[in-house]
Design a protein around this ligand. Structure first.
Ligand code: GUN
Length: 284
């Protein structure tokens, strides 16, 4: 079997035209210009590269955006005051603070300060609580993008066994809850899971967010699995790889997301979609 490639890049571009641009247009017709603000502290090159992708996609969607950059000497109080200003700025519909932050600033204090109605990342405790309860709210971008790309690939969730490897607060835990809310049977595995292969071999849908290069190989999965690879790593030879060994897994999987061009573009898509959603809610 040669797997169908679930191209997040293609799905995001298609949905941009089919869904996001028309939603922005109808907001514009009501004199609403959706606006995203990205806050960057310091000079992390990976953060700058992620932000460039977000800015590019925001441009394509036709929304306003601004990136506020501060030196890594900024104090926690100063950053919290900036967040307060953004919470109160009626021209801003969604904003996010790019992680990682310098060690002297607490990411959880920063996230707690973000108003849930402008929480473009879906990271606040209220947003996470709503996701858990299955209530409408701004959802965490990577999990939201993963669920959407699986649906777009044609796979069903109801009654299927979704196995998640990874238990982070921003991918593993929320994607498991979202899959459960879609009526899947869900198993969460992680670095301490015993007999991991037993679970991986049972997966109808396997979501790998373990943070280790090429951790899952084709011989571990059953024929016909849908595989979503959340990892991204640069090898010593300079090649980008995921948490899944693509070559072997694509021989067994029914469908598989590539790295790059898989989950990454769907995360960006969800961030822009959340900003539009926040603008729609604010304009009712
Ligand atoms: N750093 C890497 N990815 C992300 C993300 O999705 N959101 C934030 N806030 N920081 C990040």
């Amino acid at each position: 079997m040669t797997a169908q490639i679930i191209s997040g890049k293609e799905i995001a571009e298609r949905l941009l035209e089919a869904e996001l641009q028309p939603r922005v247009e109808s907001l514009n017709n009501k004199n609403v210009q959706p606006k995203l603000v990205i806050v960057l502290v310091g000079e992390n090159p990976a953060s700058k590269s992620y932000i460039r992708q977000k800015e590019k996609f925001a441009d394509k969607a036709g929304i306003l955006h601004e990136t506020l950059t501060y030196p890594d000497t900024i104090t926690e109080i100063e950053l919290l005051n900036i967040i307060d200003d953004l919470n109160n700025d009626t021209t801003v519909h969604g904003f996010m603070v790019q992680a990682p932050l310098p060690d002297h600033i607490s990411m959880s204090k920063v996230v707690d300060a973000i108003s849930p109605i402008k929480d473009a990342d879906g990271f606040t405790p209220e947003s996470v609580g709503n996701l858990f309860l299955g209530e409408d709210s701004l959802q965490c971008c990577t999990p939201k993008g993963i669920i959407r790309m699986i649906k777009e690939s044609g796979a069903e969730f109801s009654g299927q066994h979704v196995v998640v490897i990874g238990r982070s607060n921003i991918v593993g835990k929320p994607v498991a809850i979202l899959a459960l809310n879609e009526s899947a049977t869900v198993t969460i595995c992680h670095s301490r899971t015993q007999n991991l292969n037993n679970y991986v071999a049972q997966a109808d849908i396997l979501i790998v967010a373990v943070g280790r290069p090429e951790f899952v190989h084709g011989d571990q999965i059953k024929e016909g699995t849908t595989v979503i690879d959340v990892g991204i790593h640069r090898t010593d030879e300079g090649k980008l790889v995921g948490d899944v060994h693509f070559e072997s897994a694509s021989k067994k999987a029914k469908a598989i997301s590539p790295v790059p061009g898989g989950v990454g573009p769907m995360t960006v898509f969800s961030l822009i979609e959340n900003t539009i959603e926040a603008a729609e809610r604010a304009s009712i």
